[in-house]
Unconditional design. Structure first.
Length: 296
């Protein structure tokens, strides 16, 4: 009887020990599960925050990568919207592992598309910069050529003007002398208007090797003290519109690039006393020489 009681007590103790061990194991398992759950929640929260930060960075990069290409810019706007929508979902996710897995796959897809689009936009910008630089270089070359041509035109124009100026014939030593012509033909110089019956006009056309040879026409104008034009008193149109010249006589000179002396006369029988003015004009109506003299 006593042995049976001992065996019974021993079995009871064993059962208590086993139950205690099972209880300790259950408590340990619960603690472990709780710790694993906390770790999972912590990891999930960290991952959620990282996704949200990465999505915000993607959106910022897309907004900064503006493109003048309409098609690329439309794709950029579409990706911005998709990233913003995914960001809203991630921020609302509360410990849903399956949802976070889906969001992760969606994030990687959007990141690939973002990277490709940004790279394409940057490449296009580089090409535009290179094209602009090329155009600028071309414009610089064209501007340089234009300036060079303008310089040549100016030089040619200056050279032409120099040649034109140098080719003009100089009329020198313009002189007028009043004379009295006797019946024998002999002419006697005089400075008295009452005695004079002719005015002898002399001038020299200087030698010029670069001038064009050929006949040259000069219009000589003699004006007396009362502002009367002596001689032929013919009028021609010269220079600009409405400009005219009244001359006393025309002297046609055969010019062969050597000095030529011109001698002409104006006859008269009632020369006025006073100061006379003499002008010589070329075929363009330019006054190439002038002088004055007096009769008393």
């Amino acid at each position: 009887m006593e042995n049976q009681q001992k065996q019974k007590n021993s079995g009871l103790k064993t059962a208590v020990i086993i139950l205690g061990l099972l209880l300790l194991g259950s408590v340990g398992y619960i603690i472990k599960m709780s710790m694993d759950n906390k770790k999972e929640v912590t990891e999930l929260t960290t991952e959620k925050d990282k996704f949200a930060s990465d999505l915000k960075e993607n959106i910022a990069q897309l907004k900064a990568s503006q493109s003048e290409n309409a098609e690329l810019d439309a794709e950029r706007q579409k990706l911005i919207k998709e990233n913003e929508e995914l960001l809203a979902k991630v921020e609302k996710a509360e410990g849903d592992v399956a949802a976070m897995a889906r969001y992760k796959n969606e994030y990687f897809r959007l990141k690939r598309e973002k990277d490709n689009l940004v790279a394409e936009i940057e490449l296009l910008k580089e090409q535009n910069v290179a094209l602009t630089s090329s155009l600028d270089s071309t414009n610089v070359v064209l501007e340089s050529e234009r300036q060079f041509k303008d310089t040549l035109l100016v030089q040619n124009d200056n050279l032409f003007k120099t040649v034109e100026k140098g080719s003009k014939l100089a009329v020198l030593n313009l002189n007028v002398q009043a004379v009295k012509e006797r019946s024998s033909g002999k002419q006697i110089d005089t400075d008295k208007a009452s005695r004079a019956d002719k005015l002898k006009v002399n001038f020299i056309i200087a030698e010029n090797q670069i001038a064009q040879s050929g006949d040259r026409k000069y219009y000589v104008q003699v004006i007396d003290s009362k502002n009367n034009i002596l001689g032929d008193k013919e009028t021609i149109q010269t220079g600009g519109e409405g400009m005219s010249l009244t001359y006393s006589f025309i002297s046609v000179v055969k010019y062969e690039n050597k000095t030529v002396e011109v001698k002409e006369e104006i006859s008269g029988d009632d020369f006025e006393a006073g100061t006379y003015f003499v002008n010589v004009f070329n075929e363009k109506g330019e006054n190439v020489s002038k002088t004055s003299f007096s009769l008393r």
